[in-house]
Design a protein around this ligand. Structure first.
Ligand code: X2X
Length: 338
């Protein structure tokens, strides 16, 4: 009798709380990324998934779909798919969303961001807020920032110290046409292609080089596809955004929304920490690792770097108009006051 009573009250309990969740929840939420763990990007996505699972006792089941496979590898079409609800959730590069959201090109304005402190000042300040507002107005809920990193130049041909060294080199780029403009201004020959096509193109020599954070270089073992030269120039930075399509976001209870948001913030902090490991705070182990792989790492002198900066001033001016002069001004102020 006692057992029946217990069981009955347990069932009533379940029945009375179930309408507040579960009813409309999917059995799986698909999380799009470009690269999986052990890239810092994939680790950040996995952490998000794990924290949400733990904190909802498995009620919210997210699963990572790397390689932007949900859009057949076409990473610059990811945002449209998230907006339409064809992708539930994502951890996404601003580069890949910049073809649809011109303001996101702010992070790729050549040489706007001199260091990590400046990157933090942008994502953590009014620029980050503005970008989140725009994403939200487009039907996607932005939750937190993580990081792919500073994109450094690599190639199979020679050490690159100045634009002269880059002349005529075929360089793989991705994102909005800003990247084509920048590499054309350097005197290189840019070729736009997805990440899925990049490694084969490097392997066959269809392209000579590419630009990506050094964690991408080491984990993807780019030295094995002929990339023998790395130039650290810090020309653009690549933050990542945790996001949820409003199509599914609006189905979550406010409590679950808060769990998902908080988990993204924590996963983002971890992602940023890993993305910077070996590259900052007096820890240069990643550069040592590169040298150990037989890669020549060229750190530019200020005068050499200035030549690249000078080469891109017209591109910077042109894209300031596209990004929006007010947002660029805010960004420049955030960097100056960091
Ligand atoms: O495609 C790239 O270069 C990558 C992996 O860094 C991005 O998705 C922006």
């Amino acid at each position: 009798m006692k057992l029946y009573a217990l069981l009955a009250s347990a069932l009533i309990g379940v029945a009375s709380i179930s309408p507040s969740y579960a009813a409309d929840y999917k059995s799986e939420y698909k999380v799009s990324t470009v690269v999986p763990a052990p890239f810092p990007w994939g680790i950040a996505a996995d952490k998000w998934i794990e924290l949400v699972r733990e904190r909802t006792d498995g009620r919210i089941n997210m699963k990572a779909y790397p390689g932007t496979q949900l859009v057949a590898g076409e990473q610059t079409k990811e945002f449209t798919a998230v907006r339409r609800g064809a992708i539930d959730m994502s951890v996404s590069s601003t580069i890949n969303w910049s073809p649809q959201i011109p303001e996101m090109n702010v992070f790729a304005l050549p040489f706007l961001i001199p260091d990590y402190k400046a990157m933090d000042a942008l994502t953590g300040g009014p620029v980050g807020e503005k970008i989140f507002e725009i994403v939200r107005a487009n039907g996607v809920e932005p939750l937190a920032w993580a990081e792919n990193g500073f994109r450094e130049l690599t190639n199979s041909k020679r050490e690159v110290h100045t634009p002269e060294d880059l002349k005529g080199m075929k360089i793989r780029v991705v994102g909005s046409p800003l990247f084509n403009d920048t590499f054309t201004a350097f005197g290189a020959n840019p070729a736009q292609m997805s990440w899925a096509d990049a490694k084969p193109a490097l392997t066959t020599g269809a392209v000579d080089g590419q630009e990506n954070p050094l964690t991408i270089f080491t984990i993807a073992k780019m030295h094995l596809v002929g990339q023998k030269y790395v130039t650290t120039w810090g020309y653009v930075a690549d933050p990542l955004i945790f996001a949820v399509s409003h199509e599914v976001w609006n189905d979550f209870t406010p409590e679950d929304q808060e769990i998902i948001r908080q988990a993204a913030i924590e996963a983002g902090a971890l992602g940023i920490e890993i993305a910077r490991k070996g590259l900052t705070n007096g820890d240069d182990s990643l550069f040592k690792e590169l040298e150990g792989l037989g890669v020549t790492v060229t750190h530019l002198t200020d005068a050499e770097r200035q030549q690249f900066v000078d080469a891109t001033r017209d591109v910077y001016a042109k894209w300031t108009e596209i990004v929006g002069p007010d947002l660029v001004k805010t960004a420049e102020e955030s960097v100056a006051n960091r």
